[in-house]
Every structure is written in C-alpha cells, then in structure tokens.
Design a protein around this ligand. Sequence first.
Ligand SMILES: [Zn+2]
Length: 462
Amino acid sequence: MTSPVASLAPVSSAPLQVTTYRCASAAVDGELTGPVDIACADGLIVSIGPPGDSCDEVLPGVVLPGFADAHSHLFHRGLRGRTHGDSHGVGSFWTWRETMYSLADRLTPETFGALAVAVYTEMVCAGFTAVGEFHYLHHAQGGGRYADPNAMGIAAGQAALDVGIGLTLLDVAYFAGGFGVALDASQQRFTDGSADAWAERVASLGPALPDGRFAGIRAGAAIHSVRAVPVRELPEVARFAQAAGMPLHVHLSEQRAENEAALAATGRTPTQLLDDAGALSDRTAAVHATHLTPGDINLLGAARSSIVICPTTEADLADGLPEAGALHAAGAPLTLGGDQHVITDPFAQARGLEYGERLATGVRGTFSPAVLLEVATAASHRAIGSAAGRIEVGAPADFIAVDTGSARTAGSDGLGMMLTASAADVAVVVVGGVVQARGGVHVRLGDPGALLVKAIEEAWSR
Ligand SMILES: [Zn+2]
C-alpha cells in the first residue's frame, strides 16, 4: 500500500477539472503499490493516495509511467518489412541506407505529415507517451527551400499534437557526406549548408511549433554524426544547443567504418572529436554508441551523457552489441530508442537491452526489471527534455495500464512483466491526464494499422 502524499494546490483560482483514475496497482517511485487513486488536472498528477469514494475510470492491470522513445526516425516506418526479403536482397546497413534514401526522396510535407500521424498513433497505442524525433529531412527534393523552411518539422509537430504524444523535435545538423566528402544528390534535402544557417533555421523553429497544452512540443538539437558535421563546425552546433538549453543528440559509432574514417582523417575517435568540441555534457545523448574504446566509455561516463541504445534496430541492422553494462557502470545513463521502427514495442526494446547484455557477457540480470523500467521511462524522457516518466505528484500525467492477465503476462511476478509483456498488452494510455488509446486503438484516430497502410502506400507512390 502506498501512503497518501501531498497534493498540489491549484495555481490559479479557476476551478480545475480533476480526473481520477483508480489503479489496482501502480509503479509509484519505481515500486509497485496496492490499490491507489491517481488524480490529474491541467495535464499534471495532482494527488496520489488510497482509493476514495469515487473515481472517473478504473484502469485494468498494473499502471506504469508512459514510455519514451528517445530516438525515432518516423519516416523509416515506411521501410518495415521491405529490406529483408529476396526481392530486396538481404544487404547490409549501407544497402538498407540506399532504400531509406529512396523513400526520403519521395516525401512531401503532406505525405510526411500523414506518415507522422500514423506512426505516432502506432506509438501511443503501444504505450509511448513521448518521442524524440531525430529530424533531418528538412528541405524539398533536390535541396530547394519550402516557403517555410521548417515545413517538414512543423508537419511532425502538428502530427504529435493531433495524436496526443509528447514530441521533442531534435533538429539535425547535417552538412557533409563523410570526412572531406561532399553530400551526394540524395542527401541535399538534409542540409542547411553550414552551422550558421542551421542555427538560424532552428532558432525560428521553436516559436513555429504548435504548442500543445498537454502534448509538450519541444525543440532540441542534433549532430547527425561526426561524419556529417565537419570537425570545425562541431563546436558551434554544441554551443547553440547549450545556449538554448536544448538536449543535443548525436549518432555515435554505430558502425566500425565511422571509427575507422574518423581515425584516418583526424587521429581521434568519434567520441574524442565530440569531447574536443565541447559537445559532451549531461544534456547530450549519444545514440547507439556500439563500437567504443575504454577511453570513449570513460569520457561519456564522466560527462554523464545519456546513451540511447536501440536494441531492435541494432539487431535488425547487424550493428553489433554495445557495452551497455560498462557504460552504465561508468555513469552514463542508459535510455532506449526505436530508431527505424522495425518494431514498435517498448517492452521488446527494454528486454532487448538485457538480452543483448546476457548474450555478450553470459550473465543474467545486469539490468533488473526495475532498472529496465527506469531506463525505458524516466531516463528516456529526461534524455529528450521531458519531465514525464514517473508517477509522482507534480509530474506530467502520462501513464499506461498494462494487462496482467494476457497469454503473455499471466503469472508474471511484479515488474517481471518487463521481460514478458508486449505492446499488445497496453490496455489504456493516458497522456496529459486524458485517455488517448484503449486496447491498441486511438480514441480519436482509430486503428493505427489502417492509418499506416494508407500513409505508407502514399509515401511510396510519389
Ligand atoms: Zn538513427
């Protein structure tokens, strides 16, 4: 049983509409409680305590904080199931990238926006209440500018608002095709040409994003990789993010080829280049961090930079296994991302982290179920500048109810469901105190499958 905790006093004198959810059990402060009422108003949790006389809704199963996907490329959802078979060749990371460029070439703000609605609907129905969108598809085909140079980012922002998922739009700096290599034709849509031009566009993006009262639309910054931002421009991107108080994300050492190219061109590892540029801090999130040296791990740990592991994508692309346990021990908070959306399932991602570590080390339990929950919720939210991810008074009212009586979860003990549940077990999703999805169906937009079929077909048809 949880004990009653202090309630938040309303800030204004206007009466707030309070919605109370009754939970048979909830993960409060990382521990499962007995029966508890969670009261929400104005998008926040305003009280948590023993069940009262009445409630607005009884939630089934166990209630967990909403998950965050700290690394999404929403349009990669259009590649799912199309890069494995004989007709496409099994291929490598690099041939997968060619297919991705082919899709990127076709998208317009309209088809990108429709795909964003479908993808974010799938995500919120799966239990994600916030997403960090690593957004680099900025400009028109061939590199021309839209009338509003942020048209694509705004389309993603509007989609998040329509769906009711928190969004951090991590706007990506991308100026080169490699060390000393110019961009090719398919990469022209990604580039602003220089850090100055990128910063100018990003500075105008924040005010242009639709500001959802409950959805939490946030602007963030990103370095695509040390391949794509020349060494001399890295400090400027880092300084911009720091001055704006934005999270700064970067793809780091996903492929050994990146390390080899960095060493050949500069004599430094990608992590060392970021450190040299002042780009490593506790607001930085290094995505993948698969192939690191012990020195790299120490740098990331000392800076308290987050690491975004993307277990399902890294397995799909045969990237290799990160040294997750060593990074965690060094002090780098671990977080999770879905990346190319090969699977949209927060539980698969969480157990993928532990399974990868088991396969690499021969040891079970480096990450306990409680740690996996922390990684997938509070730590992943923090990495994208979201205050959600905890069920506590004052936190955003973002939480989910997980069915504990399905064929997958029946018999699971406590948080053992982190190793057994799937997205199909997410029964109810609440964002900003409002129910957004029930039983895998969005309350306003319907079945995500139908939305995806249409949006993917249209995306490839151009
Ligand atoms: Zn990525």
